[in-house]
Design a protein around this ligand. Sequence first.
Ligand code: ITT
Length: 198
Amino acid sequence: MDDAPKRLVIATRNAHKTEEIREMIGDRFEVVDVTAFPDLPEVEETGTSFLENATLKALAISREVEGLVLSDDSGLEVDALDGRPGVWSSSFGGEEGNHAKNNERMMREMAGQEVRTARFRCVMVLAEAGEVLAHFDGSVEGRVLDEPSGGGGFGYDPLFAPEGYEQSFSELGAEVKNGMSHRGRALAKVVAWLDEQN
Ligand code: ITT
């Protein structure tokens, strides 16, 4: 019998997402992301919802690589900003994937704002051979801090304190974050679903 872990391809170019998923999923899967396949096309995120974008990414990559593909579309919804940046979280500061600029704009827009509630959302889509198998979601409530704090994590982590905590996700560290995060919650559903199939 072949006991080698199955490969799970994460349809992302964000190494932080890959690392979090790898840490959380343990040794049942060999986790790789699209950076392991230099010839794969860039997937345009033209959707207006997390589910649409997660579906676009999962389908496009699963048409190109063998086996199970998992995508993650995620972002921060801020109540005082009417839910922005949401699906546009990654380019909020004007430059795709520039976390420093994203956080600068967040601080600017939230300066003096009393209502600071927000949530991270994550939608994951599992696909194989160009077909969606299932989708999953997770969210975590919290608030936007006045100033960034802590050096861990990525994206808006230095500015986001989950409900019940004074510290940001960056200060709390990977284990605490993964145990309650939008991504952790969505991934727990993915794992339960995969377990049911076996
Ligand atoms: P891929 O599309 O290649 O997966 P991406 O980073 O562009 O990578 P998204 O389009 O899903 O991914 O945008 C997610 C953005 O939302 C991300 O760049 C951060 O700005 C923010 N974000 C999502 N999850 C986060 C987390 O756990 N901590 C901090 N910020 C997060």
